[in-house]
Design a binder for this molecule. Structure first.
Ligand code: UFG
Length: 324
């Protein structure tokens, strides 16, 4: 299939382009390069443009001659969304609406949407399954929930086939070292711990008084190559599917911030330089996926998502950037 990948120059998007190409598909990247990198577009054509520009969006869709769209392009920092909510609604909601309009105008029906566990807010029970109440506690999560609602309504009204994939915490880097996590500014826990391990600034733990066994936040960390593989499987599944479906992508196992610190310290053979700070606004205490539905729907099982592989691939990628 020819697949238009919005945000394909970004972290998860570029890993998915690699997985698509390896599976015999043809990714065409549409990205405004606001956070993505031209150098990460290695597996197909590149179209420069912004999803919130309806003309550019429509022209890209036409030029790509795509059979399906995978829509990653979005702003994705929880903390930033608390400070700049209108930016998040404009980029994520207006951008997705512009894509849905362009798809409807061309009779295009296949969409994989990049959603988030942030749509659940603070879960009532763990692990979180897809039927859990969605009550986001930050504008980022809310913007993704609104996009899900729009896609669900378009499935009913326009015959759109859409799978929304609700990611838990993406991490790690391509095991072959071709691409990796490259955010500016970097706010994610694993790259920040590794930067500190490599001699960078001390690592600060945000919140040590959460109601978790060691007081720090628990997340479900999923290797980005496993995430990419799930998109390829979802695309195949979409060929036989009509309507809207949402699936969690996670491992079903949670790790605290202190546990990650501990694994890195063990690998280094020395303690890290740590600080403790207040809780970060917008952070739920614990998010762990029940991902059985994705496994049952398209036979997906994470292969790289143990903490050691996540940390080793992220570490190799980071060091390769420093030395190149
Ligand atoms: N953390 C620290 N110190 C840091 C950075 C993070 O202690 O310097 C903690 C956070 O407080 C959180 C955990 O590490 O408890 C994970 O934080 P990340 O920033 O790595 O990831 P988030 O869980 O905030 O964000 C991820 C995705 C979002 C998604 C969100 C859902 O990046 O896109 O999960 O909550 F929306």
């Amino acid at each position: 299939m020819r697949v238009l990948v919005t945000g394909g120059a970004g972290y998860i998007g570029s890993h998915t382009c690699k997985a698509l190409a390896l599976a015999g598909h043809k990714p065409i990247v549409f990205d405004n390069l606001s956070t993505g990198h031209r150098r990460s577009v290695k597996w197909g054509d590149f179209i420069h443009g912004d999803i919130t520009d309806p003309t550019a969006m429509g022209e890209a869709l036409a030029a790509s001659r795509a059979d399906a769209v995978i829509h990653f392009a979005a702003s994705a920092y929880v903390g930033e969304s608390m400070r700049l909510p209108r930016h998040y609604y404009r980029n994520n909601v207006v951008g997705t609406l512009s894509l849905l309009d362009a798809m409807a105008a061309r009779g295009m029906r296949r969409l994989i949407f990049s959603s988030s566990c942030a749509t659940y807010g603070v879960p009532e029970t763990l692990p979180i399954n897809e039927m859990a109440r969605q009550a986001p506690i930050n504008p980022y999560g809310d913007s993704k929930l609104v996009c899900e609602s729009m896609a669900r309504a378009a499935a009913t009204a326009d015959g759109l086939s859409c799978i929304a994939l609700r990611y838990f915490n993406a991490c790690g880097a391509d095991p072959e070292g071709e691409i990796g996590e490259d955010h500016d500014p970097e706010t994610h826990v694993i790259p920040l711990i590794l930067r500190s391990a490599a001699g960078g600034p001390a690592f600060t733990i945000f919140g040590t008084d959460y109601p978790t066994p060691d007081g720090t936040c628990i997340r479900d960390y999923l290797h980005v190559s496993d995430l990419a593989d799930a998109h390829v499987r979802a695309l195949d599944h979409l060929s036989e599917y009509a309507g809207f479906e949402a699936l969690n992508l996670g491992t079903g196992h949670g790790h605290s911030v202190r546990e990650i610190v501990h694994v890195v310290e063990q690998r280094l053979g020395r303690p890290l330089d740590l600080r403790q700070a207040e809780r970060r606004p917008g952070d739920p205490p614990e998010l762990v996926a029940d991902a059985r539905r994705a496994a049952a729907t398209f036979g997906w099982t994470p292969r790289y998502s143990n903490l050691s592989t996540i940390i080793d691939t992220a570490w190799s990628w980071m060091n390769a950037q420093v030395t190149s």
